[in-house]
Ligand binder design. Structure first.
Ligand SMILES: Cc1cc2nc3c(=O)[nH]c(=O)nc-3n(C[C@H](O)[C@H](O)[C@H](O)COP(=O)(O)O)c2cc1C
Length: 252
């Protein structure tokens, strides 16, 4: 697959270190004649309400803010992309509050994932600490959205301006050349898929309808052709164990 439309989520309120690092990535692709357009979503320029905690989106796909703020618009843009750059500065060892507010509002994608097998590149900058924790969290968000975290580009204050080394160039090339047909999902991805599958099977009615419609209910991953034998066994056993443990929710 050759990526054309890259949607960039800039999780910083400003166009600072994180934004500049992404600009450098864009320049790298353009200088290598890649036919790519970068469409920036600077979250600070959007109206994103804080989640009310009502769980209406989980049970019905609707949200009290549906027509009132910009979250649906952003989610649609992510859905229409060929690949996503998900970025954040490190704030107190984690992602920015701005980005977390947006991520909370995407909760229905944990139950009914829509970014299936889309490649996501994680980008983060920090003065010094917290990169590992922040990027790991962003990878887990990508997985919960049904997407594939294909790599990380990160910087600390002492190397903000460094050119990309060969390892980073490989990550950048893998991102735009990503092909799910050659992809072998991680144990974590397989585990999260089974958790979501059990929730759909036993707990949430609207999830079951969605999962049946997508024909995922009897699969071990969205695209399971390349899953090695040992991982297949693991996924099947994990699903069986969890599915047996979880009791269907009774109507009160
Ligand atoms: C509220 C706040 C919290 C921060 N927390 C950390 C931190 O925990 N560790 C760290 O090394 N740097 C921290 N920093 C520094 C930023 O991570 C760093 O400057 C980053 O590159 C800023 O990205 P930006 O220019 O894209 O906003 C913090 C900065 C701010 C404003």
């Amino acid at each position: 697959m050759f990526l054309l439309n890259i949607v960039v989520i800039n999780g910083s309120k400003r166009k600072g270190n994180t934004y500049n690092l992404i600009k450098k990535i864009e320049k790298y692709y353009l200088s290598n004649n890649k036919d790519i357009s970068f469409n920036y979503i600077n979250l600070g320029e959007y109206n994103i309400s804080t989640c009310l905690g009502c769980e209406v989106c989980i049970k019905s796909d609707k949200c009290p803010f549906d027509t009132k703020d910009d979250v649906n618009k952003i989610m649609n843009q992510l859905n229409d992309s060929d690949g996503i750059i998900l970025s954040s500065p490190v704030y107190l060892e984690q992602v920015s509050g701005l980005l977390k507010t947006f991520i909370d509002r995407t909760c229905r994608w944990f139950h009914r994932p829509e970014l299936i097998c889309k490649p996501i590149l994680i980008v983060s900058t920090t003065a010094s600490s917290g990169l590992k924790r922040t990027t790991k969290y962003l990878e887990s968000v990508a997985v919960q959205w049904g997407a594939v975290p294909v790599g990380i580009v990160k910087r600390k204050v002492y190397n903000y301006n460094n050119a990309f080394d060969s390892k980073e160039k490989k990550v950048l090339d893998n991102f735009i050349n990503f092909n799910i047909k050659n992809y072998n999902p991680s144990f974590y991805q397989l585990t999260m898929f089974q958790v979501q599958r059990v929730l759909a099977n036993k707990v949430i009615k609207i999830d079951k309808e969605f999962w049946n419609e997508k024909k995922w209910m009897n699969k071990i991953y969205y695209y399971d052709r390349n899953v090695p034998y040992i991982k297949k066994i693991y996924a099947k056993l994990f699903f069986k164990m969890l599915n047996n443990r979880i009791q269907p929710v009774k109507k009160s």
